[in-house]
Every structure is written in structure tokens, then in C-alpha cells.
Design a protein around this ligand. Structure first.
Ligand SMILES: C[S@@+](CC[C@H](N)C(=O)[O-])C[C@H]1O[C@@H](n2cnc3c(N)ncnc32)[C@H](O)[C@@H]1O
Length: 341
């Protein structure tokens, strides 16, 4: 890729990258290369009218697309939902560090030192920020406008890079990274296993691949969530945010505060554990709202069993795959393996 326009300071704020082989040009808008699939061209054009007015030569590719297939519609809904979510709730807190290490366990900060990695579906950059603090150079890839929040949250570290693009067609050469992790992303894709297989291709032989995905879920809070989602996945995002504020107040009053009291009494600790989404009692109110929004807005969600994840690992030939259960309120899985030679 070659840069078409030049930089302010040591970084390109606005411009384009042109592929010398096929001639395609990809805009750089607000410091971030935008390498989106054509189905999202219309979204990109609508959000960046000023940019395309200044650079009309870049419109031709951006004018393509606007696909209307079922998969194109799902892609757009995912794009819009996360674009709103992470620009409304993209705050950094110190406790995200523990959160990151808990997700990627058994990987530790020492693992990251000196390596080149990718955070696939980086959202607002909370994990990317720590991976680079631990000494890795990392590219955060995300489909949505969350990239704006990811850039803001990591711009002070020159080892952090943010690119807007699609996990199915990431803008990287095969076998580029020493490690790649994807946290809370694959279960929101139309074909999660294909997403997993796609990501393996971009890790060097002997490199490590880590994914965190939802496990089977049940119980009252899950039934309520599924019932609400019939309406909330179509709701206006501002209205949904207001509903999530109300739900977060309810959780504080009827789960988090009771949890804090009950868990102090040994005889009642078991009861405390049964309160819905109780482990969010330790999070700031805004994070509780964000989590409710995440559950209710995202268009696609799937839940995995260990056997299904075993098939993912087998089909990619991952060496020494580990599929470990993580349980905090709900079940989820940590998948870790080494990419074969
Ligand atoms: C639940 S968020 C998780 C974000 C981040 N990994 C975290 O844990 O904070 C899922 C993210 O995946 C991104 N995403 C969804 N589909 C994608 C795709 N096809 N390619 C790249 N990113 C995608 C969304 O835009 C969203 O930011």
C-alpha cells in the first residue's frame, strides 16, 4: 500500500492508501485507514460527507456497495449498533486491566513483550491499550466506528495502531502476527466458525491464537434478555439507551445492593450468588448501562458448547488447543492454540 496524501506531524490525519497491484484506494479518515467491505460503502459515505467532498477522487469505490442481501443487512445492523455503543460508552477505567488479564488467562503480561499482534474486533480499544502497555506492537481491527474510540483510547502509545476492516477480509498479509486475540466478537458474526478460520490465516506458524466466546446460557436473566431482544434489536439507539439506564437502576436496587449485603452473611452467600448479573455490582453505573445495551442491541448472538469449539480447533489444525470454561454469572469459553507450521 502507498500513501496518497501526506502527514501532519508523523501521522497521516487524512488521505488514502492505494494498492499498487489493483489500484484500489482506501480512505484514511480521522487518522484511521478505512478498509471496509463494499457493503458498508454507503455507511462510510454518509458518515464522512465532508471528507468525500474534499477528496471527490476517492468517491468511486465509496459509491459502490450498498448491498441489500440478508448478510449485507446483518452487517449494516452490526456496524450501526456497535458504532453507537462504543462511541456512547467507550470510557477507559483502571479495572479494564484486570478484566483483560482475566479474559486472556493463561496469557500473562510477559507474553506480549516484543511481539507483533492483532486485536480482532477491538471495540473501543480497552484490551489493545494493555496489550501495547505490556510491550507488544498491536493492530486493533474493528468493523464499526468504534475505531474512533479505540484511536482516542490508545493514541498516546505509538505501538498501538487502529484499522477499520472486516474479520472475514482483514487488510493484512497472511502469516503476519505473532499472536492474535479476539474477545467477545466471534459470537456476533453471521458465521463465527468462518471468522475463526479466517483469523488463523493471519498468524505466523507457531504463533498463538486466543478467542473468548459465549458459552451456553440459561436462567431468568437470559430468558428476560431473549424476550426483550425481540423488540430492542430494532429500537432507536437513543431510546434503547434510556431503557438501559432504567434497567441498570433496577439491577442496582434489586441485585447489586442486595448482593453486597447478602454476601457478607455466610449463611446467605449462596442466595447472593443467585442474584442476576450480580458481579456487575463492582462496576460503575455507566458500565452496567453499557452492558445492558450490549446484550439488548447487537443483532446477532450465538452460544457455543465445548464440542462445537473443539470442531473449530480441529478444522484449523490448531496445535495443543485448550478450551477452558470461564464462569462469572454466565458461562463462556477461552480458546487458545498454536497455529501449525
Ligand atoms: C462486544 S464488542 C467487543 C469489543 C472488544 N473486543 C471488547 O471486548 O471490548 C464486538 C466488537 O466486534 C466488532 N465486530 C463485529 N463484527 C465484526 C467484523 N465482521 N469484523 C471486525 N469487527 C467486527 C464490533 O464492531 C464490536 O466493536
Amino acid at each position: 500500500m502507498r500513501k496518497l496524501y501526506e502527514a501532519r506531524d508523523d501521522e497521516t490525519v487524512e488521505g488514502a492508501l492505494r494498492c499498487p497491484r489493483c489500484g484500489a484506494a482506501y480512505p484514511i479518515i480521522d487518522h484511521i485507514p478505512r478498509m471496509l467491505p463494499e457493503d458498508l460503502a454507503g455507511e462510510m459515505r454518509a458518515l464522512n460527507q465532508g471528507f468525500f467532498a474534499r477528496h471527490p477522487g476517492l468517491l468511486s469505490r465509496a459509491q459502490k456497495g450498498d448491498g441489500n442481501s440478508e448478510s449485507a443487512r446483518a452487517l449494516k445492523r452490526t456496524f450501526r449498533s456497535f458504532s453507537f455503543q462504543w462511541n456512547a460508552f467507550g470510557d477507559m477505567y483502571g479495572f479494564w486491566e484486570d478484566n483483560f488479564l482475566d479474559y486472556v488467562e493463561p496469557l500473562t503480561p510477559e507474553f506480549f513483550e516484543g511481539k507483533l499482534g492483532c486485536d480482532a474486533g477491538c471495540g473501543f480499544g480497552r484490551h489493545l491499550r494493555y496489550a501495547v502497555e505490556y510491550g507488544a506492537e498491536v493492530v486493533g481491527l474493528d468493523l464499526s466506528e468504534a475505531v474512533l474510540a479505540a484511536y482516542r483510547n490508545t493514541r498516546d502509545n505509538p505501538r498501538a495502531h487502529v484499522v477499520q476492516g472486516d474479520i472475514y477480509r482483514p487488510p493484512f498479509a497472511p502469516k503476519t502476527f505473532d499472536f492474535l486475540y479476539s474477545i467477545g466478537v466471534l459470537h456476533h458474526l453471521p458465521d463465527p466458525m468462518a471468522g475463526f478460520c479466517s483469523l488463523v490465516r493471519y498468524v505466523k506458524p507457531g504463533g498463538r491464537l486466543f478467542a473468548w466466546v459465549y458459552g451456553p446460557r440459561g436462567g431468568v436473566s437470559e430468558s428476560v434478555t431473549r424476550a426483550l431482544r425481540r423488540a430492542t434489536t430494532r429500537m432507536d439507539y437513543r431510546l434503547l439507551r434510556a431503557l438501559c439506564v432504567a434497567l441498570a437502576v433496577g439491577l442496582r436496587l434489586f441485585s447489586h445492593y442486595p448482593y453486597r449485603l447478602l454476601s457478607k452473611v455466610p449463611a446467605l452467600a449462596g442466595l447472593a450468588q443467585r442474584l442476576p448479573i450480580h458481579d456487575h455490582h463492582r462496576y460503575p453505573f455507566r458500565v452496567v448501562v453499557a452492558d445492558a445495551f450490549d446484550r439488548l442491541s447487537v443483532p446477532l448472538v450465538r452460544y457455543y458448547s465445548r464440542d462445537e469449539l473443539r470442531r473449530w480447533c480441529e478444522s484449523t489444525g490448531l496445535v495443543d488447543p485448550q478450551i477452558r470454561r470461564r464462569f462469572r454469572n454466565n458461562e463462556s469459553w477461552r480458546v487458545l492454540g498454536t497455529v501449525p507450521a
